[in-house]
Design a protein around this ligand. Sequence first.
Ligand code: EPZ
Length: 456
Amino acid sequence: MNTLGEDARNHGTAVGLSVDQITINGGKPLRGRIELKGAKNLVTKAMVAAVLGETPSVLKDVPNISDVRIVRGLLEVHGVRVVEGLEEGELIFDPSNVESAHFADIDAHAGSSRIPILFCGPLLHRLGEAFIPDLGGCRIGDRPIDFHLEVLRKFGAIVEKLPSGIRMSAPNGLKGAKVELPYPSVGATEQVLLTAVRAEGITELKGAAIEPEIMDLINILQKMGAIITVDTDRVIRIEGVERLDGYTHRALFDRNEAASWASAALATDGDIFVGGARQSEMLTFLNVFRKVGGQFEIHDDGIRFWHPGTPLNPVFIETDVHPGFMTDWQQPLVVALTQAHGVSIVHETVYEQRFGFVDALVEMGAEIQVHKDCLGGQACRFGQRNFQHSAIISGPRKLHGADIEVPDLRGGFSHLIAALSAEGPSTVSNVGIIARGYENFIGKLQQLGADFVLEG
Ligand code: EPZ
């Protein structure tokens, strides 16, 4: 098995998913109700924030996904005690004995995750040093960490590149800084927040990302004692404080998972109630869902998404930072767009290589061409740079079953949707990787009436 396969298997087994392959008998509408927990992209950062507190933190609605297991392992190797609370999905973090960890232990626990980079600020405050191994994450582009390193240097960290990773130290402590990001990066914004809250003096961050998951991280840091002001025009000001305490917080729902199941409802002619989904964080997705021809109903306890039985419409989508259309929503929705009547265009402006997953859809009968040009909208950072980052999707095209291999988290979920909507059986391998970000997706497929067999 190749590296990706081993990685996927490791992710899967970490959350009790012993299978690596699913055979799906497609063509059956998904119908029923599923429940969401907290957002992967908030929960993992909230876990890191617990390191900054002098007292224990309690996080609720933590999903049982392998990315959470990875961060838990990283916390534990740094001496943070992690125990399960009384409520399902509740974790308690006691950081009173935070200690340095060995490079090899960090590397072993980090797996393919990019989270270790976010430990730097908190560990520099607590211990004066931090190590990060080579970082992984989904293979959807180059995914450099230059913004992170630049930010940490501005706070006064000394960054040393070693053959096995990066060592950081802050012999004179960290001081507030003026930072301007060249692009509103989610991770680099979190880096600034997690570092600035306990740095001496004031930090001003310009060009910040303002995704709802970042706002929820700010809520958490404020609960801990931080002073953070969010101004207009992507400016965030942080007044450093000497001490932070633990927090008790219920994590924001996973809007990427919500959009994934919504797209699954549309692509399979189905009807799914996504418990825990909320309107305000999904406004942009809901607008596009409606334009495509999908229907939804907002309820107090979730959102119902369904295919109304009338032909779907083609759309033009440009992915963007919040409040734009999230890059993570693009891949699942593209499967539904293969069924729209006409030509849709998707211009990916966040990651330069997020269309690798369409090869499998084409093999299944979809008509999708990817291009290097910035199609339909404005020129983006990837124009004229040889990246296949625009897609033209012509529909409707009947999808037929095929043997396909999951390439990355969201692309993998798209493959599941494609297999569920295709005629005939499909074998989807490497499904363990989907467990990185989708809690109990096998159980949810069962609940929604999917017809499939698991293979080891
Ligand atoms: C987060 O990744 C999410 N991951 C991603 O979700 C999400 O797609 C992305 O934000 C955008 O919303 C987590 O929260 C764990 P970025 P992150 O820094 O923080 C470039 C999923 O499937 N960049 O906002 O890594 C980068 O290459 C994952 O759940 C630099 O050039 O994303 C990209 O083009 C996938 N240098 C752009 O910025 C840097 O130092 C945005 O990346 C950092 C980023």
